[in-house]
Design a protein around this ligand. Structure first.
Ligand code: SF4
Ligand code: SF4
Length: 490
């Protein structure tokens, strides 16, 4: 048998997961629920979930989807509220503009975010995947409900897939994939809006593809990838592709709170018989109904313990709770719990690892707050014009020529003036028009500095500039003023 795509990925997943874990468990660890014995894909047909947690997740998804599709329309002083224009290296996050010069702030914020996610995962496991991750939200609350609506519940979907192609199958599959593609196409427009802004996307729509060929090709490619992910790849993204999923093996420990099966209470499992007393028969609370597995979007059995494939979607909690209610047993046979709390009946402990991550996170947040506090509205550079020496401006003055470059990080045009702070009796003469830098732009100008000959006492004199705008000091820059070398010998 050749090594196909899924088997290769599975081997990779095993290597990147904690190998020691694999040795300890039974044979379910040796194969993946979505890979058959011959290496082919096993399609997952999860039963439509239902229950309290599912309703909370639905509500969360509606809010997050509204935010995702609504944010590009929000503007602040004519600029997008959020923009990730990595092509022009311009980022706006919640109204704050970031330029290449602020890259350290951006990188630090990203690192802080990653540390936060790691810390959160150590304590709460993969809860992000089940509740917030766009992959889960799009799949479970947009694409999957459409599939249930057109093809029916899991058993009807399975039957439809197995049936020969007839008119019924043709229209159902055709309609589903058409809607899937349309959603992907619309989503691609919104993702592009996060990169280039909603106005640019509107332009592409109004002007047509021929005038914005690059943007149009980008959208077609993105819609294709998006469609492929949700129509075909699905849970494989969470199981074998997502790097965050791969990290679970090293992030989770026995204290992490994850979706867990209470094996102490559930085992030994046994079929339900309303006429028997399960305690007398030595049976646990699990009635082997399989409902938890039937609703699982990654096709696993949570009763086998915490698994790499589990995205903590809580569908099995809802399913099992509904079964427990029907057999008049307490809910929570499957629940959010740590392995330790189930095994030892203990509560979450604040361990060294959590302390370590918390300290790093706090340090990063303080550093970012400090860097934000010293972030200036403009960034300016003053350099003496390359390759020039001093000039005798007139009989009384020496002059040097300089170049100023100003980045305006504000949301309005800034007139820029220069003052010579040191030496006090020097003079500045701008060359050309007064410098006005448009918002978000870089402005440049040349100027002369004149210093009286009698005040130039050596070949290199320190000069200090104040960059002003509307009478307000914006920046302070030091440079040197070059005079004749002969002055050093005196
Ligand atoms: S849903 Fe609950 S009772 Fe049914 S098999 Fe799963 S754990 Fe056991
Ligand atoms: S095991 Fe439960 S929580 Fe984990 S993915 Fe399956 S249904 Fe969701």
């Amino acid at each position: 048998m050749g090594l196909d795509y899924f088997t290769a990925f599975y081997i990779f997943a095993q290597i990147t997961y904690n190998m020691e874990e694999f040795d300890e468990f039974d044979d379910f660890r040796d194969k993946q629920s979505t890979i058959g014995d011959d290496g082919s894909r096993v399609w997952v047909y999860p039963k439509k979930p239902n229950g309290k947690l599912y309703n909370y997740r639905k509500l969360t998804s509606v809010v997050l989807l509204a935010v995702l599709f609504g944010l590009p329309f929000i503007k602040l002083n004519g600029d997008p509220f959020v923009l990730f224009n990595f092509i022009e290296r311009k980022f706006i996050i919640f109204g704050v503009m970031f330029y290449p010069q602020d890259f350290h702030l951006f990188v630090l914020s990203m690192i802080a975010f990653i540390v936060f996610v790691v810390l959160f995962t150590v304590i709460f496991g993969r809860i992000f995947c089940g509740w917030i991750c766009p992959q889960t939200i799009f799949m479970e609350f947009l694409y999957r409900p459409i599939e249930y609506w057109i093809e029916g519940n899991y058993s009807q979907q399975r039957k439809l897939d197995q049936a020969p192609l007839d008119f019924n199958k043709f229209w159902r599959k055709g309609l589903k994939h058409l809607i899937f593609y349309l959603i992907s196409f619309v989503t691609a427009h919104f993702f592009l809006a996060y990169i280039t802004g909603i106005d640019h996307v509107k332009e592409i729509i109004i002007d047509g593809p021929d005038t914005h060929l690059a943007g149009f090709i980008g959208m077609i490619v993105f819609s294709g990838v998006h469609y492929f992910v949700f129509a075909k790849l699905r849970e494989q993204v969470c199981i074998i592709i997502c790097p965050y999923g791969r990290l679970q093996g090293v992030l989770l420990d026995r204290n992490s709170i994850v979706v867990s099966y209470d094996y102490k209470r559930g085992e030994p499992r046994g079929k339900y018989n309303p006429l028997e007393d399960r305690n007398d028969k030595g049976k646990g609370d699990c009635i082997e109904c399989g409902s938890c597995q039937a609703v699982c979007p990654t096709g696993i059995d949570i009763r086998n313990g915490t698994q790499l494939e589990c995205i903590n979607c809580t569908a099995c909690i809802d399913a099992c709770n509904s079964v427990m209610r029907r057999v008049k047993k307490p809910e929570g046979l499957i629940r959010y719990a740590s392995e330790r709390s189930i095994a030892d009946k203990t509560k979450l402990k604040f361990n060294i690892r959590i302390l370590f991550y918390s300290v790093i996170l706090a340090g990063l947040l303080i550093l970012i707050a400090f860097l934000f506090s010293i972030r200036t509205d403009i960034e300016s550079t003053i350099l003496r014009q390359k390759g020039t020496m001093y000039q005798e401006y007139d009989s009384l003055h020496y002059s040097n020529i300089y170049m100023i470059q100003v980045i305006n990080k504000t949301r309005e045009a800034l007139p820029v003036e220069l003052k010579l702070d040191e030496p006090e009796n020097g003079e500045i003469k701008m060359i050309g028009d007064p410098l006005v830098v448009e918002k978000g732009q870089v402005g440049e100008a040349q100027f002369l500095v004149l210093i009286k000959k009698r005040d130039v006492k050596k070949s290199n004199t320190e000069v200090e500039f104040k960059v002003m705008s509307n009478g307000k000091e914006m920046d302070e820059i030091k440079s040197t003023f070059v005079g004749p070398n002969s002055l050093d010998k005196k």
